[in-house]
Design a binder for this molecule. Structure first.
Ligand code: ZN
Length: 272
């Protein structure tokens, strides 16, 4: 598996700093945080950005993320299509293969079958935009109790329903644990449909109390990373493990040092 740094881990750093930090720490890829990308492009171009990646011997892996893609009203849905077009166009220009897309909270009393048909319908529509730009969409379920797609098994069912070569999955170890996904649901996957593995650890709290701010560097918490990674290797997943942590305490640290710590932690975690 190659390794990536996700721009959320160093949230307070700008995109150029993320590129420098990921490169000097030894990462292969950067997952670009979308708001940092927009800030960068206010004064510079996509070719400036490509040049920065090349200069630093690093490649972009994804743009994170388009959030709350489902259960939108008409106006908001049209804005979603525009956002997808915008990010896929940029991704194509900088040769970034993936854009991450995230489901919405569940409307009250929604049926599982409605979640599947809504999610599959929206993903199909977004996939046709992404395909025009030779970009693929990575669908990331969230483990928090209010999310409409809380488990890997349901996300996989939706992606199978979409059945589009440009739509696949993200497994985020935090969401995998918080939402109660099973190792068997990893073993049931087609590794080709798993585009990204977000790796992180978490504090020792009851699942329903876990929030993004409780994430930790791999190896410092209670997530079953060993079992998850063994299962990923067992299905032949060999794309990217990307360190994605939303911990405000880490955001205060020097991003270059944090990237070095993250790189050491992910390599150690992958040694199972
Ligand atoms: Zn994630």
């Amino acid at each position: 598996m190659k390794v990536a740094l996700n721009g959320a881990t160093t949230m307070n750093a700008d995109l150029e700093t993320d590129i420098r930090a990921a490169s000097s720490a030894g990462f292969d890829y950067l997952e670009i945080w979308a708001s940092k990308l927009r800030a960068f492009l206010k004064s510079r171009s996509t070719s400036d950005l490509s040049h920065l990646f090349v200069t630093h011997g690093l490649s972009p892996y994804s743009i994170n993320s388009i959030e709350r893609i489902t259960f939108r009203d008409d106006t908001s849905h049209r804005a979603l299509l525009d956002e997808c077009e915008e990010l896929c166009r940029i991704a194509q220009a900088i040769r970034c293969p993936y854009v991450v897309v995230v489901p919405s909270p569940a409307p009250k009393d929604v049926l599982r079958s409605d979640v599947i048909s809504e999610s599959a319908g929206v993903l199909q529509e977004l996939a046709s935009i992404a395909a025009q730009h030779s970009v693929a969409l990575a669908f990331e379920f969230l483990g928090q109790p209010d999310c409409s797609v809380q488990t890997l098994a349901l996300a996989d069912e939706i992606v199978k329903e979409v059945s589009h070569p440009n739509v696949g999955l993200v497994i985020d170890s935090f969401h995998f644990y918080a939402g109660g996904s099973t190792i068997e649901s990893i073993e049931a996957l087609d590794a080709e449909k798993l585009f990204i593995f977000h790796i992180n650890d978490a504090e020792d709290l009851p699942r329903e109390q876990l929030e993004d701010r409780h994430r930790l560097l791999p190896g410092l918490g209670i997530l079953p990373l060993k079992q998850i990674i063994q299962a990923l290797k067992g299905i032949g997943y060999n794309r990217v493990a990307s360190v994605e942590i939303f911990r405000p305490e880490y955001w205060q640290r020097n991003p270059l040092q944090l990237a070095r710590d993250a790189h050491a932690a992910v390599l150690k975690a992958l040694e199972v």
